[in-house]
Design a protein around this ligand. Structure first.
Ligand code: PLP
Length: 360
């Protein structure tokens, strides 16, 4: 692999090298059509086949039941913060939210524009170091859905299992979709921005149970109704063609890796290596509580902000890039999504040991 460094970026995240190579060829001349992938009509036979294949692979890898639609939308995962309540909540109706980080809090703010929001749990005062167990909150019987963020990208926390509540689940899975098997039938809606675990930036994948499509009020603008996009197979207007293609190639790669059960094993072993390195000394301190630790974003601190800056600087110099924590929390964060190679984790662990020995 020439010219590749280890890219711990939280998003857009690292992609499989084989996918980058395929894309580089297809952008110039897609399957010997003489037309580049990103200059071809979205209604062409070739591109329609790309979109169909991407959808089919997502369905297969996530074992999505027949009564769900898979949509390719724009506006980023952030637009789902308002689209979910705009489509599913009527004025005066209640929805339940779990405040486990910045992305959850932003979704709560938007939901309040449309209905009555019940925040059943918040770890904000604990600096978002944990996610709740089922017995730590309850959902009102008249709540329309329970909204949560499966993996809190910034803080490095993750629901170890999905909430087991008598409520329709809605999840922002932007940073851990396809990192482990999930029972889609427990959800009314799942969404994820593509740029962390699915492919290049530019598309938001929405998986929605079909019966929910009709809940939307007539007064909602056409482009903002899930129903509009569901009825036209995400071709109501020009879709983000390159991103849909890129997601398809990453799905193909994931299938070759053995799918979500196989990648979960790899993800667990990658994360375990890093957490062991953190727990081995007092020099490194994990941000998240142990039971809430994320397999995707590993967050940790060093004794001082100066040492953290030095750590990030020296790591970058040896080809370990993107380890700076989110600007709102500081510290360090290693994002190790599906496509992040195991050798990169091993190299970081080695670097951490040397750095602690020299500076501890
Ligand atoms: C990155 C991220 C978002 C925001 O995604 P955009 O596509 O930039 O809007 C939302 N939720 C989670 C969990 C994220 O990690």
């Amino acid at each position: 692999m020439p010219d590749r460094i280890f890219n711990f970026s939280p998003g857009p995240g690292t992609l499989p090298y084989s996918v980058l190579q395929e894309a580089a060829t297809d952008i110039v001349n897609f399957k010997n059509t003489g037309i580049g992938l990103i200059e071809m009509s979205h209604r062409s036979k070739q591109f329609m086949a790309v979109a169909d294949e991407t959808e089919a692979l997502i369905r297969e890898l996530m074992a999505i039941p027949q009564n769900y639609k898979v949509l390719f939308l724009q506006g980023g995962a952030s637009s789902q913060f308002f689209m979910v309540p705009m489509n599913l909540l009527k004025s005066g109706q209640k929805a339940t939210y779990l405040n486990t980080g910045v992305w959850a809090k932003k979704a709560i703010k938007e939901a309040k524009l449309f209905g009555d929001v019940e925040v059943a749990y918040s770890s904000e005062e604990l600096k978002y170091t944990r996610v709740p167990r089922d017995d730590e909150y309850s959902v009102s019987a008249d709540s329309q859905y329970l909204y949560f963020v499966t993996n809190n990208t910034i803080y490095g926390t993750q629901f170890p299992t999905m909430p087991n509540k008598d409520a329709m689940l809605i999840a922002d899975m932007s940073s851990d979709i396809l990192s482990r098997p999930v029972d889609v039938s427990k959800f009314g809606l799942i969404f994820a921005g593509s740029q962390k675990n699915m492919g290049p930036a530019g598309v938001t994948v929405v998986i929605i149970r079909e019966d929910l499509l009709d809940r939307v009020a007539e007064t909602v603008p056409t482009m903002l109704k899930y129903k509009t996009h569901a009825e036209k197979d995400s071709m109501f207007n020009t879709p983000p063609c390159f991103a849909i293609y890129g997601v398809g190639r990453v799905m193909n790669w994931l299938k070759q890796m053995g799918g979500t059960a196989a990648i979960e094993k790899i993800n667990r072993s990658k994360a375990a290596l890093l957490y062991e390195a953190i727990d081995r000394t007092d020099f490194y301190r994990g941000h998240a509580e142990k039971e809430s630790r994320s397999l995707m974003n590993v967050t940790f601190n060093l004794p001082t902000p100066e040492l953290e800056a030095q750590f990030i600087r020296e790591a970058t110099a040896v080809g370990l890039d993107g380890l700076k924590g989110h600007r709102s929390v500081g510290g360090c964060r290693a994002s190790i999504y599906n496509a992040f190679p195991q050798e990169g984790v091993a190299k970081l662990v080695e670097f951490m040991a040397e750095f602690a020995k020299k500076n501890g």
